[in-house]
Design a protein around this ligand. Sequence first.
Ligand code: NAD
Length: 434
Amino acid sequence: MNISIFGTGYVGLVTGACLANLGHQVLCIDIDASKIKQLAVGKVPFYEPGLSELVAKNREKGRLSFTTDLQEGVRFGEAIFNCVGTPSKEDGAADLSYVFSVAENVAKFAEGSKLLINKSTVPPGTAKSCLEIIRKINPGSEVEVVSNPEFLREGSAIRAFDYPDKIVIGTKSDKAFQIMKKIYSGRLRTYLPIVETDWETAELIKYANNTFLATKISFINEIANICDRIGADVKIVSLALGLDYRISPRFLNPGIGYGGSCFPKDVKAIVNTSKQHNYQARLFEEVIALNERQKQVIIDKIERVYNGNLSGKTFCILGLSFKPKTDDMREAPSIYIIEQLLERGANLRVFDPQALTEAKKIFGDQVSYCGSPEQAAEQSSGIIILTEWDDFRNLNLAKLRQSMVDNKLFDGRNIYEPELVREEGFEYYGMGRN
Ligand code: NAD
């Protein structure tokens, strides 16, 4: 099938490359000419494991191409995926201007029957609004709108496409549903839980999904904060909790707060949508507040250890991206934490396996960028782990210690066993375990 993908970010490019890999002819469209220029010569503008190879393979096979031409993009696809961004507005509402602009282009340029498939995360009511836009601009349009929210996880996005937990398809049209099944049929060889529902339910499922996970993280962060005060070990509490099959061990690791391009904006958006429907979603408001507070917890710990004086101290920061296996710095807790440490007069030597280029756009020359954990540790008083990259799990701590001027390790992601760290000559400070 001919498929157009609007938006070549994390979702659009992964979807485009994976659909091409299933054998579809895919044209990816973006308004960002510099991104398309890079992609047209085979350069993927961000880091996602396996994506460069997949893009290269499908470009070579002639199944994947790129353009900035919006009209060509609309004309090409029988199915048009809307994968553009939906960032937060000032009041927390999702900014739908990019989503609606794609709907407008579809209304202007589409000929014959086509599907506009909303994959971006959008509040309930958006698919309806897209159809209204199309009907208003082009009353005779045969375009149908489908809600098909995306659940991929950055860092394992290709695997998430190949082995999805679920595919949610929101439409009342049987014809549209059949086309959607055809699009994904390469993945339907084995049983796949397809959830077929209406637009609004499909749209809400995505918000409910992310808000639940964000709440789970805030829940275990609260337990960790209590552990810190009573001297309990959160790792064991979390392990025991996870053994209850109704809870599951995933997303039960305390840390420095959730970040990324999805959880923060999606929890804000569901609170905002609720407000618009005269409902105060108090639990989710609290999740937002708790997550902000959690970023401060590690700063407070560090300040306590140094009696409130960080001025002139040098710290080694390991990990900047909001989670491992991505270079995505959007809403990364590291941003707040680094800003706070700088404000207190600390000098920072930072390392991340993939996110240094993105980090430079945010921190400029305020920090020193290093090529390895060893280099970042040189002359530092303490190591602060902010992202749980596998690269940091087996550091030669004894060797790092030799080039440091003091021996503190602040483990913002609880990746180390306190006893082992102490054996290497460090003082250990975890989140809910010491
Ligand atoms: P992104 O910011 O990485 O990419 C969005 C792209 O859309 C940009 O390249 C932008 O230039 C392009 N764009 C904007 N307006 C356009 C237009 N009119 N025509 C063509 N291109 C246009 O965003 P993302 O992370 O890929 O997220 C996209 C959507 O998917 C968001 O709603 C997000 O919440 C949702 N989502 C993201 C993830 C994730 O892990 N990143 C997972 C699931 C769902």
